[in-house]
Design a protein around this ligand. Sequence first.
Ligand SMILES: Nc1ncnc2c1ncn2[C@@H]1O[C@H](COP(=O)(O)OP(=O)(O)OP(=O)(O)O)[C@@H](O)[C@H]1O
Ligand SMILES: [Mg+2]
Length: 261
Amino acid sequence: MTDVTPLARSTTPAEFAAPEAVLTLTGMTVAYAAAPAIEDVTARFAKGAMTAIIGPNGAGKSTLLKATLGLLPTVSGKVEAFGLPLARALPRIAYVPQRASVDWDFPARVLDVVLMGLYRQTGALGRIGKAETARATECLSRVGMEAFADRQIGALSGGQQQRVFLARALAQGADLYLLDEPFAGVDAATESAIITVLKSLRDEGRSIIAVHHDLATVPAYFDRVLLLNRRLVAEGTVATTFRQALVAQTYGAALPGTIPA
Ligand SMILES: Nc1ncnc2c1ncn2[C@@H]1O[C@H](COP(=O)(O)OP(=O)(O)OP(=O)(O)O)[C@@H](O)[C@H]1O
Ligand SMILES: [Mg+2]
């Protein structure tokens, strides 16, 4: 049968149908001082997909994630995840912040940092027993860091710390993962380990949203893109939305690595 070509499959109507949303932002505006950092952003993020948030420095990408999580006050806007208001959805959301924004100097063992991911299940005063330690150790091994369990978190390199904070997010067993530049400043092996973990989460039906700067890897890593520059430029599949013209509009400059037109 010659009509069932990969091209034909990739352009089935399902490709264009609106996917089920895991996260919906409606009219979100956030301001630090007078000028809004993001303005009137309305966006749906697809369930069971890996979505890249793309835009230039200062576009409001980190602000968008923090406001989504309720870590920043909004001027206006509504957040719903899993069809629930944010407060009820939060236990099912894991967040890995942008590395430079966090002070990793607190005294804690790597294993304890990962165990913190389990607090929602055990309660802050919950007993940490053999089962919890085993789960935390398993999450560390998924990111190749089990040998560092007893190390102080501050005594790790930046890329190693990034792996540990991903392990903590894994321990949380969340259904939605928000990651702010998970590949910033990590080596090729770490990047590959992280993407493997994220894709396996996606293949289990979980949803991944990651701020991402490396346009060259967008088609290989992500299913969908959201283009942001203070305002939403576009959201959609990589094939339909990771387009030269839209990306140029987002960055205010033509950039390589995108799909022509
Ligand atoms: N705590 C803050 N106080 C005042 N202004 C801030 C603060 N944090 C961010 N901003 C400003 O808000 C805007 C958006 O910042 P944000 O950190 O969300 O950008 P970003 O897209 O994540 O950039 P980057 O790619 O550099 O991480 C920027 O103009 C920034 O200077
Ligand atoms: Mg940022």
